[in-house]
Design a protein around this ligand. Structure first.
Ligand code: SF4
Ligand code: ZN
Length: 311
């Protein structure tokens, strides 16, 4: 299989476009997609400080690498933040590699942990939740508390944007999940840059928004990134995993399904009569941004009877 554009050996076939790309043209394509997103924040000569939310997985590693490649072109000031949730046999392995990766790039990596900040690791929280009827599943606790800590840390580090490794597959899965939850507002708000505006909320930037997971994975392979192949022990509870598998099967049968879901989202956003931005309050317990009077993090900690002592 040869590259459609130059005839060199191809590393990827993009079925929905009948396009084969060599290493250089795939890199070019991903850089161009990321440029499209960076253009939206319109860096105008002055340096833009961005924190990349890194987990040691392929998506966030590629995101960090891509932004680092565009550092001079867009006058970016890049740092990385990693949250150590405290998942034994998983996150510690991922973070070990991530530290070396960031060090080789020369990017400052800030690691914050559930144990230090909230007073308990995710493993400990899952046990507490199990003992109380398991109202909060591991991925809910993990996701809510991780986003909370990322936002707080990014704000304290004085960044303007928090970049995440979300790709088109993640977006397509989110659209499906929100259709199933009848959450039209969330579908309409999904975008490469979040529209939530509040001085305590750091806007999210998704440089890989237009790249498929296959493109991101191939990029990680051709760049020889050493990403530990280890699954989270709580993956079984992850709803998204089920949708991901299903969507991949449908994509195989009908190439372009994921892109069509993104187009559907764009049409929903255009036709939406609702406010494009979400109203943000401040949690009455911890003072962090929240859509409810008491934020989800405080609700979870209260349920688990954990007193947040790190903040
Ligand atoms: Fe967290 Fe669930 Fe992902 Fe594990 S699978 S890292 S618990 S969100
Ligand atoms: Zn709170």
């Amino acid at each position: 299989m040869n590259c459609t554009l130059c005839g060199d050996r191809a590393v990827i076939l993009i079925r929905e476009e009948q396009l084969s790309l060599c290493k250089q043209h795939l890199i070019q394509r991903i850089l161009d997609y990321s440029r499209t997103v960076l253009e939206m924040i319109k860096p105008g000569g002055t340096s833009i400080r961005i924190a990349v939310a890194t987990s040691g997985g392929k998506d966030s590693t590629v995101c960090l690498h891509i932004l680092h490649s565009l550092l001079e072109e867009y006058t970016l000031d890049i740092i990385a933040i990693a949250v150590d949730e405290g998942i034994e046999g998983f996150r510690n392995i991922k973070l070990h590699r991530l530290k070396k990766f960031a060090q080789n790039l020369g990017v400052d990596l800030n690691v914050v942990s559930f144990k230090e900040f909230f007073g308990a690791s995710l493993d400990e929280m899952v046990k507490l939740s199990l003992g109380k009827g398991f109202m909060y599943k591991p991925c809910t606790i993990c996701g809510v508390l991780r986003r909370y800590l990322l936002n707080k840390t990014a704000r304290e580090l004085g960044v303007e944007y928090l970049a995440t490794g979300h790709n088109m597959d993640d977006e397509a899965q989110s659209i499906l999940m929100n259709i199933l939850k009848n959450n039209i507002d969330k579908i309409a708000r999904s975008a490469p840059i979040t529209a939530i505006k509040h001085k305590k909320f750091i806007p999210r930037l998704k440089p890989l928004y237009y790249c498929t997971e296959k493109e991101v994975m191939t990029y990680a392979l051709i760049q020889h990134f050493e990403i530990p192949v280890v699954d989270c022990p709580y993956l079984f509870f992850n709803e998204r995993r089920i949708l991901r598998r299903w969507l991949n099967k449908v994509e195989y049968l009908r190439p372009g399904t994921k892109k069509r879901l993104i187009s559907l989202k764009n049409r929903i956003s255009l036709n939406s009569q609702r406010e494009p931005t979400k109203r943000v309050k401040l949690c009455t317990k911890c003072g962090e941004p929240s859509s409810e009077d008491i934020c989800k993090t405080c609700q979870i900690l209260e349920y688990l009877e954990i007193n947040m002592d790190g903040g």
